[in-house]
Write a protein that binds this ligand. Structure first.
Ligand code: TMP
Ligand code: ASP
Length: 240
């Protein structure tokens, strides 16, 4: 079923699917990178954890009316997705100040954004994924005003759904990054992954950081933190 390698990214490999040109297999790697690849390490079991967490999150979003490229979990480290052309934008939604916005704008960590704040970054490693505005996005990606509006609306809906999901497992959703892709017919759907690599999650009770910041800031054991996220999500799904 798995065809040839199409692309290798920092956290995943992407394979063609034999006899299904409209599908791809995402294979999650154990590599962790931060600061555009300047900091790197490998964590045995990380690929499995992000694959299983992303699968659960996309299944939950589907149940709540948000469609994505996700089709099914194939095994511990791989998932089947619909092939899309990725729009080269990183759409970040922030509920609480953390990370780059605190450094860029001098906003104190933990300040609350009401309503949530949405930022666009241009997905280009050579340029270090710069922050851009809507006019830049139209020019750089050729996206229409209507499609960009619908991406923003979807991102805010995903935020509402994810706040609820993570609250049920005692986690505060601080911020996250989404990517969107176009199906062959041009429809834009949610794509890529949603995992502790791409979200900031803080324990509701202790405030402890439970995401890739433990690696970025050297403040904990990445695997045990990701394992806790998966366990909590599994208990939540079983309890339903
Ligand atoms: P930032 O504070 O570094 O801009 O990150 C905002 C959110 O986006 C955070 O949850 C981590 C996630 N993110 C990615 O998934 N990929 C990236 O390349 C970056 C920079 C951030
Ligand atoms: N994903 C980016 C990298 O691989 C940055 C980050 O997540 O901090 O370097």
């Amino acid at each position: 079923m798995k065809g040839s390698l199409l692309y290798e990214g920092k956290a995943k490999k992407v394979y063609h699917v034999n006899d299904h040109p409209d599908q791809l297999i995402l294979s999650y790697k154990n590599d962790a990178t931060a600061f555009n690849g300047k900091k790197k390490d490998q964590f045995e079991g990380k690929g499995r954890l992000n694959n299983l967490i992303t699968s659960k999150v996309f299944q939950y979003l589907k149940q709540n009316g948000i469609s994505s490229h996700f089709i099914e979990e194939l095994n511990d480290t791989e998932q089947l997705v619909a092939k899309t052309d990725i729009v080269p934008l990183e759409v970040v939604v922030r509920n609480v100040a953390a990370g780059s916005i605190t450094r860029r704008l001098g906003i104190k960590e933990k300040e609350i954004f009401t309503p949530p704040l949405l930022e666009l970054f241009y997905k280009d490693d050579d340029l270090d994924d710069p922050l851009i505005n809507d006019a830049h996005a139209y020019h750089l990606t050729g996206i229409s005003e209507e499609d960009l509006d619908s991406i923003k609306q979807m991102a805010l809906q995903v935020n509402e759904q994810l706040i609820e999901l993570f609250k049920q497992v005692e986690l505060q959703l601080v911020d996250f990054k989404l990517e969107f892709g176009r199906l062959q017919d041009g429809t834009i759907v949610l794509a890529d992954e949603i995992s502790p690599d791409t979200c900031r999650l803080w324990d509701i009770t202790t405030g402890e950081k439970m995401d890739k910041d433990v690696f970025r800031e050297n403040i904990g054991d990445l695997i045990s933190v990701y394992e806790t996220i998966l366990q909590r999500l599994e208990e939540h799904t079983c309890a339903k």
